[in-house]
Design a binder for this molecule. Structure first.
Ligand code: IMP
Length: 196
């Protein structure tokens, strides 16, 4: 029996790799890089759920099969929840992680309140329609200088509660137990296991 296919509505190879690792071989995990005909979906929403829906509906309307979107980001209390849904372009250029991290470090310079969390909202869809949506968060704090080389995005600046190392130092195995993405995905896998 071929594995059921799960198409991730992203071109972010890091997200796909994390989701693939967390599905433990139970699904064939692809993303839209395998479907070059898929358009770029503009993320015009103002919440994670709105953007996750835009991606899941847009891609699943074009591709036959089960589509899962992931919209995620970092909320920093001292910055009033920024960068939030604008996490991927915080430094001025979409997907430029070094610039995003440089801006975050600059905005946080001298601040003693360092609490932050990653949020992830996932939408499962088929044929342009939502089957269900799920969310996960992980609480932590922002450090002053980047540490570690694994993961992606803000991982070198984020220490999850209960740890003294950043996600970029802890590495994939630990991150995939604790992360916002793993918490949302656990609910997705539960839902699918029940026969969606
Ligand atoms: P999206 O592609 O619009 O969902 O934007 C996600 C952005 O949030 C990424 O480009 C990163 O800046 C940030 N982000 C989301 N998840 C993570 C993570 O697991 N580690 C570090 N940064 C993340």
């Amino acid at each position: 029996m071929p594995l059921p296919r799960l198409i991730i509505a992203t071109r972010n190879a890091h997200k796909t790799a994390e989701i693939r690792a967390m599905t433990d071989g139970r699904y064939e995990v692809l993303d839209v890089t395998s479907y070059p005909e898929c358009p770029e979906i503009e993320e015009t929403g103002t919440t994670f759920l709105e953007n996750a829906r835009l991606k899941a509906f847009g891609i699943s309307a074009m591709i036959d099969g089960l589509v899962l979107s992931d919209d995620s980001g970092l909320e920093v209390d001292a910055l009033g929840g920024a960068p939030g849904v604008w996490s991927s372009s915080y430094g001025g250029e979409e997907g430029n992680h070094p610039r995003n991290n440089a801006r975050l470090s600059q905005e946080m310079a001298g601040k003693t309140e360092r609490r932050a969390r990653f949020r992830c909202t996932m939408v499962l869809a088929r044929g342009g329609r939502e089957l269900a949506h799920f969310s996960g968060t992980v609480e932590g704090r922002i450090i002053e200088e980047s540490r570690g080389s694994q993961g992606f995005g803000y991982d070198p600046l984020f220490i999850p509660n209960g740890h003294e190392s950043t996600f970029a130092e802890l590495g994939e195995e630990v991150k995939n137990i604790l992360s916002h993405r793993s918490r949302a995905l656990a609910q997705v896998l539960d839902y699918l296991a029940k026969g969606a």
